[in-house]
Design a protein around this ligand. Structure first.
Ligand SMILES: [Zn+2]
Length: 78
């Protein structure tokens, strides 16, 4: 799945991400998401993003949410 950083959802905390995900259930059946994978991404400008891959518990539809976490990301750089 392609990453569209410009469409990332801006959040100010990790819990905001989960609130957003639970507020936007599966468009197919309205089912709840189950998180499959979470990945930290960085664009060419060094901005940080969190990608959360989810699967619908009911119809198994897969989707990915992309969050702009730069406002609170202070993690160590390796
Ligand atoms: Zn579903």
């Amino acid at each position: 799945m392609a990453q569209y950083y410009g469409e990332a959802i801006r959040v100010t905390s990790m819990s905001d991400e989960y609130e957003y995900i639970s507020a936007h259930p599966c468009p197919n059946c309205g089912g709840r998401w189950k998180v499959r994978m979470q990945a930290l991404l960085k664009d060419a400008q060094g901005r940080h993003y969190d990608r959360v891959d989810v699967i619908c518990r009911q119809c198994k539809r897969c989707q990915a949410f992309l969050f702009d976490i730069d406002s609170f990301f202070e993690g160590s750089r390796d």
